[in-house]
Every structure is written in structure tokens, then in C-alpha cells.
Ligand binder design. Sequence first.
Ligand SMILES: Nc1ncnc2c1ncn2[C@@H]1O[C@H](COP(=O)(O)OP(=O)(O)OP(=O)(O)O)[C@@H](O)[C@H]1O
Ligand SMILES: [Mg+2]
Length: 253
Amino acid sequence: MRRIAFINEKGGSCKTTLAVNVAAYMADHGSRVLLVDLDPQGQAGKSLGFFVRDMSPTVHDVLVDPTVEARAAIRPSHVERLDVIVSNKRLADFPVEVASHPDRERKLAGKLQAVTGYDFIIYDSPPSMGLIVTNVMLATEEIVVPVNLTFFALDGCAEIVESVEDIRARFGKQDLEIILVVPTLYRSTKMADEIVSKLKIHFPTKTARTVIGYNVKIDEAQSHGKTIWEYSSWSRGAYMLESLAKEILALEV
Ligand SMILES: Nc1ncnc2c1ncn2[C@@H]1O[C@H](COP(=O)(O)OP(=O)(O)OP(=O)(O)O)[C@@H](O)[C@H]1O
Ligand SMILES: [Mg+2]
């Protein structure tokens, strides 16, 4: 089983879009996939058409309630072979609720240990670095960093590299690795090209060949609770997301 987390503390860098569509691509091509939303915004579930606001149990219950097993929060999505653990804004209380627990960083890893039968577990994460992302990092081996090509993009990357090093050192999790840095929301401007060049200098072996350009079909698909392949399978958006999913599949570790 491969575990892959989409992480960037920058908001709007396409974490959710890539996590949901890559998960759906893997499922469409025969893999059994569990998508786990770790963002209080709950947008991974929303992208698949769930009304997450009043749902229960969610990932929050799994993390804070010792009597709720991860299995109990797993739901099938409308995409065959793609299951989901949804999130909603109650997850925002998690860091405070477990502040005094000695195992607070390992809650997610602990609960997901009992989950078997999947080829992939894919995590969506919130736009911040903190206890939730630490939990994600301790429950995954692979990290994909989507990077929205704006001036401060490289700051976000530096932050993640530092966090990965910190988790490796503090928890001895040597198998934690950034596998891919993915330029997103690319538009053909001098600025965007310069930032892509800088990414390639900082991550010479890890910058994705696939650059995710702006395509409105991607946004529209999410607003309809559909994957890009359900909504517009011949769009440029579908082509770019397929190319990325294939690149991740080829990185089999
Ligand atoms: N390639 C694209 N073309 C057009 N719109 C896109 C593209 N990728 C993502 N979007 C849209 O941009 C918005 C932000 O994307 P997304 O929610 O995936 O980012 P995020 O990193 O998960 O944000 P947050 O940090 O708030 O969780 C969404 O409305 C999404 O539909
Ligand atoms: Mg998101």
C-alpha cells in the first residue's frame, strides 16, 4: 500500500484538486483507494458531492474519540473503488482537544494502522503547518507538494522541507519523503516561468514534468461534486491531471 499526502501551507495551491482527482484516477484504473480529508474546510468530501457539514462520524471523531475506529468513518464515494473519510469544521478543535495527550502527533497513524485492503491512502491537508499536518506526516511516506506559481511560492516549499527534516529527526521517520513538487495554476507569464526555473534548481529531481495550467473545467467539476473525468473527460484539465496521476504512479517506491 502506498500512502501519499498533498501538503502545502499556502492556501489555494491545488492540494484538494490534485488529491481528489489523483485518487479518482487511481480508482478508475483499478486500484482500491481511501481518500482521507484532514482539512477543517472539508473540501475533499465536498468535491465528491458530500454535504459534510452535518455528517458524522468524520475524521475528527476518529482522531479524538478512542471508541470510533477509522473503519466506522469510511464511506464509499460515487466513484467505484474510491472510499472517503470526510472532514468538516469540527476538526479545527482537534489541536486544543488533544493538547495534553502524549500521543497527540500519532493519533492518525495509530487509527489508520487497522485499515487494510487499499492500494493507496491519499491525504488532503489544511493550508497551515501544525498538529494536523504533523499527524499527516506521521501517517504517510510520500509527500506531493503542489505549488501555486506566485512570488512567495518558494517560501512555502522551504517551510515543508524544514518540517519534513524536523519530523524525520524528532520521530525517527526516515522513510518520509517529498516525492514530487508540482507547479500549479500555471499561466504563461515571465514570473511563472521564473518560478518554475527556481523550483527546478531547488528540486532538480523532484519537480514534476507535468505542469498544471489554469483550466476552468477543473473548477467547474468541483462545483458540481464531480471528478474531472466525469465532468469533462476531454478537457485540457483532464489531460493535465491524468498526466500527473501517471507520473505519480510511475514513481512507485
Ligand atoms: N488547474 C486549475 N484550473 C482552474 N482552477 C483550478 C485549478 N486547480 C484548482 N483550481 C481551483 O482553484 C481553487 C483552489 O484549489 P484547491 O481548493 O484545490 O486548493 P487548496 O490548496 O486545496 O486550497 P486550500 O489551501 O484552501 O485547501 C478551487 O476552486 C479549484 O477548483
Ligand atoms: Mg484544500
